[in-house]
Design a binder for this molecule. Structure first.
Ligand code: NAD
Length: 470
């Protein structure tokens, strides 16, 4: 396997990553693939400095990383504009994402000592037992493209704080963003080797994962996550996996539709539907099915699809042409098996980038790809249910278990349903579970491990207990 990777890698090394604007397919620039020697050298540097980074102590690291946060804040407009241009997130959402990333990083820094300070877990007249949280070493952090700043903050932020050094690979879909991030972080004066970036596609990520590292923190597809879990297994190191999802949204008959339609829209169509925990399968009580479909149709037909850099855009392009083609295949499969397109279902005629109209599908059956696979785009399949049992069974009828959504005015019932959904996160009505202090992660094929808060810090550390006589 290793040799295969190296061979493929040498082929890729002849190339450059071309950054393409998905709103119009214009080239934005090129970035060199990291060479095999460069990756090895960066891992060596990260390993060489890990003792120093650990011994700096939590307070020292937090102070050093506050400078990184300041630099990111200073350049937040630039970061947001580049994300819109390079991966197609509408600029209004991209600004919000960059601000969210900054807020999360800030929370991690403000709360690190609460969760990483030594903790007395046992005491009697003779002995005190104290738990210490120690770094694991060098982390290979590999992320996707869908929220370029948040992907970095969620993947690398807590790693750096706990004392792990980081070799970071951003996605090949946003290499220029990766360069801007590297430049911004380097300007904060961290010791050389604490944070290093490499560039390239999956072959480069694979090569990194096979180096002398102590942890893999991966965010991305389930397929790649499972592969890296096997790589980590061979090395006998920890692998934290934040993977794909196909979140159900269950709308009960008593739901407040005036509020819920907007919430469903946001949960499914933000970032053109390219969110891991987006609402990807809508399950609606039979008595309100037609009304929900009609209201969502009206909402989707009022949206402005267009260039991501335009402030008025609601729905931007997908990240790349290949994603449009995949979406077309998934919708075609559904239509071939009897699904009805209520609205959308095609590329907009007057736009030349990676656009796809916001789409609703009914007559959906569970043998369709849109039900079985993760759909990473603005397409929402809708089915109906009659009993609560049926709704829960449909919600859990997926290999994934990341987010989930329940809509009802009956809070007691909502909590009971939440307890029966096999997912790491449940949102009831308009309440969001995304918070720097709350665990984010999946059941089943959606991942192993959690990010954020005390759970995320603990995930990235070695726990040591020291017993001492009194
Ligand atoms: P992807 O798995 O194709 O790629 C993710 C990253 O892994 C990229 O940097 C890529 O270059 C790298 N990679 C690819 N093959 C690799 C290999 N063999 N070894 C090492 N690295 C490799 O995913 P994507 O298309 O970039 O992103 C979309 C996916 O990410 C979706 O499934 C989405 O649900 C998921 N995602 C999950 C979360 C979460 O927190 N659970 C967040 C965002 C996105």
């Amino acid at each position: 396997m290793y040799n295969q990777v190296a061979k493929r890698y040498l082929f890729m090394a002849k190339n450059k990553i071309v950054s393409v604007n998905p709103s119009n397919y214009e080239s934005l620039g090129e970035v060199e693939y990291s060479s095999e020697e460069e990756i090895k050298d960066k891992v060596k540097k990260a390993n060489a400095v890990k003792k120093e980074w650990k011994e700096l102590g939590l307070e020292g690291r937090v102070n050093a990383l506050r400078k990184v946060l300041d630099k990111l804040s200073e350049r937040k407009d630039e970061l947001a504009k580049l994300a819109a241009k390079e991966m197609g997130m509408p600029i209004s959402q991209s600004k919000a994402d960059v601000q969210d990333g900054i807020n999360f990083f800030s929370w991690y820094l403000d709360n690190a000592s609460k969760y990483l300070s030594p903790e007395v877990v046992y005491e009697d007249g003779k002995v005190t037992q104290t738990v210490f949280y120690e770094p694991l070493g060098t982390a290979a952090v590999i992320t996707p493209w869908n929220f370029p700043l948040s992907n970095f903050v969620w993947g690398a932020g807590q790693n750096l704080i706990v004392g792990n050094t980081v070799v970071y690979k951003t996605s090949e879909e946003c290499p220029l963003f990766g360069k801007l991030l590297e430049e911004t972080i380097n300007s904060a004066g961290l010791s050389q080797g604490v944070f290093l970036e490499i560039y390239g596609d999956g072959t480069v990520g694979d090569f990194l994962a096979h180096q002398d590292i102590n942890l893999i923190s991966f965010t991305g597809s389930t397929k790649v996550g499972k592969h890296l879990y096997r790589v980590g297994g061979e090395k006998f190191i920890k692998v934290v996996c934040e993977l794909g999802g196909s979140a159900p949204g269950v709308v009960f008959a008593d739901a407040n539709l005036d509020e819920v339609i907007e919430v469903i829209y946001g949960n499914r169509f933000t970032n053109c539907g390219q969110m891991c925990d987006a609402l990807k399968r809508l399950i609606v009580h039979k008595s309100i099915f037609d009304e929900v479909v009609e209201r969502l149709k009206k909402k989707l037909e009022s949206l402005r699809v267009g260039n991501a850099e335009d402030e008025a855009t609601d729905i931007g392009p997908l990240v790349a042409k290949r994603q449009v083609e995949l979406l077309e295949e998934q919708v075609k499969d559904a239509v071939d098996k009897g699904a009805k397109i209520v609205t959308g279902g095609k590329r907009p005629e007057k736009l030349s980038g990676a656009f796809y109209e916001p789409t609703l599908l009914t007559n959906v059956t569970t043998d369709m790809r849109v039900w079985q696979e993760e759909v990473f785009g603005p397409v929402l399949p809708i089915v109906s249910f009659e009993t609560d049992e049926e709704a829960v069974a449909m919600a859990n009828d997926t290999k994934y278990g990341l987010g989930s959504y329940v809509y009802t005015k009956d809070k007691e019932k909502a909590l009971e349903i939440a307890s029966r959904i096999d997912a790491g996160m449940v949102s009831i009505n308009a309440a969001s579970y995304i918070n720097a202090c709350s665990p984010f992660g999946g059941y089943k094929d959606s991942g192993i491990g959690r990010e954020h808060g005390k759970f995320g810090f603990a995930e990235l550390t070695q726990v040591k207990v020291v017993a001492i006589e009194k």
